[in-house]
Design a binder for this molecule. Structure first.
Ligand code: NAD
Length: 503
């Protein structure tokens, strides 16, 4: 049997239970259908076949989940840190045990290639381990002496929080938001993306199996405009951690205004990879290709704009076209596949619409620019050349295997193009001139920049964007700043003079 056939037969075993019973919500430790009985379907982007039915949670399901999260909060907050830590470690262990199941289900549900998803499942476990190690110090604060007072700061978890996740690498992203929330002592209501519900369910089951008390982690499936909206408006939900599109972030901010919701947003990007002529061009080529065509280009930190110095552009472009044309598009469960199908028809239509937009704007499709096959949502890895900075393909987040190449002459011009978009998530700079690297990264508008490297995530470092790419940071202690309240307590050191009125 080929690796693909082995994966398909294993997958069948894993999804059988979803096929027969569907996916229910998990509220207060209990698996439940949607209160109103609604359901929606999730299908595979490989061939559009039905995977299973999913409970379509609405406002009343969110209300039940928020009530459970509220009731569970005091005991979870007050549980000794070592006990909470042990549960998080157990979650990580169970993720590792079920990594293959998670990876196969994720690939089938989202179209992501197995070669990347097998690592994403393990990254999810690493997120739990990382934050498990931080549980015992999460509440630590500072001791700030003044002449008359000893100020002591402590941190307390903010309360029940809502976590809303997108469909791109949904498993990894869910762990990334949920692990620090639990480590901080918050309880959660998770609303995963409607296009990719499978692994969110597996993850919530794992958490309960690991001994998480009921009500600490509640899962409500459903659509953004109903379940998601209610979550952001719910008075008992103290904060919303959201990963998704910039315009949805803006909606959530409005929806949460009446309840003064604290928000953390990880939003879209149109990230530049800037290649100067003094760089190691072979490594820059590898990294530029990896950062836009891995994960089907459905990656917030993808380097979707290649800014290349004119003096080396011709040669770089030639090599790039050769490589892009050789990228292996195929079944996501085939370990050899490098690019799988796009998640959904809606998204496929969006990405492919940019083929005509590029041409209408006067750019050249140098590779790809077409769908592959007539079943599922496969798209040929696409490279657009002769693009100008103001073209739509150079400004808008396409979120597919679609690279726009723009040439520049000088460092100043490169900076102007790099910063000339509404987004500011990540940036990649390739140069062997140290002072240029320092100068350029100082002025590049992005929350995260890699110099002479692709995106390599280091969990203690801050993750997030500027401009329309987000508000707040994840990772290390930054996650706790969001999920926790700072409290300052001032103790008088003696009988300092108190201003006396009315004496
Ligand atoms: P999306 O904004 O359409 O949906 C994300 C989630 O929000 C889904 O669960 C959806 O149901 C929910 N939602 C939709 N409308 C809502 C509303 N009115 N109220 C509450 N919730 C609502 O995003 P998507 O298409 O699923 O994901 C792709 C986007 O996510 C891209 O823009 C990508 O760049 C971004 N993203 C950003 C990061 C980051 O770290 N910055 C990471 C991954 C993805």
């Amino acid at each position: 049997m080929s690796d693909l056939q082995t994966h398909i037969s294993k997958l069948e075993g894993y999804v059988h239970r979803f096929k027969t019973s569907g996916i229910e919500n998990l509220i207060d430790g209990e698996s439940r259908p949607a209160a109103k009985g609604g359901k929606f379907e999730t299908s595979s982007p490989v061939d559009n076949s039905l995977i299973c039915e999913v409970a379509k949670g609405e406002a009343s399901d969110i209300d039940d989940a928020a009530a459970a999260a509220k009731a569970a909060f005091p005991a979870w907050r007050d549980m000794p840190a070592k006990e909470r830590k042990a549960i998080l470690i157990r979650i990580a262990e169970l993720i590792e045990e079920r990594a293959e199941e998670i990876a196969l289900c994720e690939c089938w549900d989202t179209g992501q290639a197995f070669r990347f998803m097998s690592k994403a499942a393990l990254r999810g476990a690493a997120n739990f381990r990382f934050f498990a190690d931080k549980v015992t110090s999460a509440r630590d604060g500072q001791n700030l002496q003044s002449p008359t007072l000893m100020n002591v700061t402590t941190r307390t978890p903010i309360g029940p929080v809502g976590i809303i996740t997108p469909w791109n690498t949904p498993f990894m992203l869910s762990t990334w938001k949920i692990a620090p929330a639990l480590a901080a002592g918050c309880t959660i209501v998770h609303k995963p993306a409607e296009f990719s519900p499978l692994t969110a369910r597996i993850l919530a089951e794992i958490a309960h199996e690991a001994g998480l008390p009921k009500g600490v982690w509640n899962l409500v499936n459903g659509f953004g405009e109903e379940a998601g909206k209610r979550l952001t408006e719910h008075p008992d939900i103290k904060a919303i951690a959201f990963v998704g599109e910039s315009r949805t972030g803006s909606l959530i901010m409005k929806q949460g205004a009446d309840t003064l919701k604290r928000v953390h947003f990880e939003l879209g990007g149109k990230n530049p990879v800037v290649v100067f002529d003094d760089a190691d061009l072979d490594r820059a080529l590898d990294a530029a290709i990896f950062m836009i065509y891995s994960l089907n280009g459905e990656r917030c930190t993808s380097s979707s704009r290649l800014l290349i110095q004119k003096s080396v552009a011709k040669d770089f472009q030639k090599k790039l076209i050769e490589r892009v044309n050789k990228i292996r598009v195929g079944h996501p469960l085939d370990p050899k596949t490098e690019v799988g199908p796009l998640i959904h028809e809606e998204h496929f239509n969006k990405v492919t619409s940019y083929f005509d937009i590029a041409k209408e704007d006067g750019a050249t499709i140098a590779a790809g620019g077409k769908r592959i096959g007539d079943k599922g949502y496969f798209v040929a890895p696409t490279l657009v050349t002769n693009a100008k900075a103001q073209m739509r393909v150079a400004q808008e987040e396409i979120f597919g295997p679609f690279l726009t190449m723009i040439e520049f002459d000088t460092e100043e011009e490169a900076l102007e193009i790099a910063n000339g978009v509404e987004y500011g998530l990540s940036g990649y700079v390739w140069t062997n001139d140290l002072t240029r690297a320092i100068r350029f990264t100082e002025k590049l508008e992005a929350g995260m920049i890699w110099v002479n490297s692709e995106n390599v995530r280091h969990l203690p470092s801050p993750f997030g964007g500027v401009k329309a790419s987000g508000i707040g940071r994840d990772g290390g202690d930054w996650s706790f700043e969001f999920y926790m309240e700072q409290k300052n307590i001032a103790f008088a050191l003696g009988d300092h003079a108190i201003p006396r009125l009315g004496v």
